[in-house]
Design a protein around this ligand. Structure first.
Ligand code: SAM
Length: 319
């Protein structure tokens, strides 16, 4: 389906839970207890019903996310059932990788084709300082994913001034050595109490850190890896692909947006960075909610004017 700005909407990000086993300060505010009195609010049946209705409206690509999607016990069942739906052509997963090692083979057999693993640092202490978690299980998860043979295994690193500037080059070298495309993501001012101004680091600064002499990174405007907004560059020294997701600084960032989001508590969000959700419960059926979300999809996010959010941190939306 097309939205009011002639964008084809064919991609649904499905947050299967807002729970997470890590504590990245920019994603989950300290003391967040959104889930504390409830199970995952949408059941597997409900999630599959929404995706099925989406497929009938032209959704072709689905990514499972959270929170941390692998904390859900029925994640393999959810993936399997979505992949079996007529019309679904691509199924991906975003994960912190900590629980991936024992599940990688099952997830591949369930139909997942591409995996994005968050990796904000390759030094265990820096990793722990940012996420509250341990690096080694993530490295084990990545190794298991490579072994399982996923088509694409990308690494995602959120740029954090004062925390991971020194990690950018080591991360890029790790990604190159293991054959992973790596994307650097600008911090977005999601709801929560973190000090955005203190930690925000633009993608342009990251490029200068990675390539101070401007001798090795060249833009690769035709590179497409997946269906997201990353702009890719080619590292002539290592041959690696490095993507930059500049939600805050890239002009016309939203012009090619193709997404809707389903939150784990049953809301359809037309835009990550602007208020406005459609409650599935308020509509006759999921198809009506999806149609309303497409009709109401705004032209762009409002991160820059600061009116983007109403108390929903990233973990409660699905990044
Ligand atoms: N738990 C999974 C993971 O770690 O990838 C999936 C959910 S997480 C919300 C998805 C992505 O959103 C991660 O790459 C995370 O770093 C990113 N993210 C979370 N909060 C963000 C923020 N404030 N700005 C930019 N990216 C953010």
């Amino acid at each position: 389906m097309k939205d009011a700005f002639d964008r084809t909407i064919d991609y649904l990000r499905v947050s299967v839970t807002d729970r997470c086993n890590e504590r990245c300060f920019y994603c989950m505010p300290r003391g967040y207890h959104g889930w504390s009195c409830a199970q995952d609010r949408l059941s597997a049946d409900e999630i599959v019903r929404v995706v099925s209705d989406g497929a009938s409206l032209g959704i072709r690509k689905v990514r499972l996310t959270g929170g941390e999607p692998l904390v859900r016990k029925d994640i393999v069942e959810i993936a399997t059932r979505i992949w079996e739906l007529p019309g679904i052509e691509a199924l991906g997963l975003s994960t912190n990788g900590t629980l991936l090692a024992p599940l990688a083979g099952e997830l591949k057999r369930a139909g997942i084709r591409s995996i994005n693993v968050s990796l904000d640092a390759i030094d265990p202490e820096v990793y722990h300082a940012i996420t509250g978690g341990n690096l080694q299980p993530v490295l084990n998860g990545l190794a298991a994913a490579r072994q399982a043979g996923f088509e694409i295994i990308k690494l995602n690193c959120v740029l954090l001034r004062g925390l991971n500037e020194q990690q950018l080059r080591p991360l890029a070298d790790f990604a190159a050595a293991n054959g992973h495309p790596l994307r650097f993501i600008e911090l977005m001012p999601m709801a929560g109490e973190f000090d955005f101004a203190k930690h925000y680091l633009p993608v342009e600064t990251a490029r200068r850190i990675l390539d101070p002499e401007a001798t090795r990174l060249v833009p690769d405007p035709n590179a497409r890896l997946g269906y997201g907004p990353a702009r890719y560059w080619h590292d002539q020294t290592t041959g690696a692909r490095i993507g930059f997701i500049g939600a805050m600084t890239t002009p016309h960032f939203c012009e090619s947006c193709n997404k809707l989001r389903l939150t784990s508590d049953g809301k359809i969000r037309p835009c990550l960075g602007r208020e406005g959700e459609i409650d599935l419960k308020s509509m006759d059926n999921p198809a009506a909610a999806l149609r309303a979300a497409i009709a109401n999809k705004p032209v762009d996010h409002t991160f820059l004017s600061g009116t983007h959010q109403e108390g929903r941190p990233m973990t409660a939306i699905g990044g």
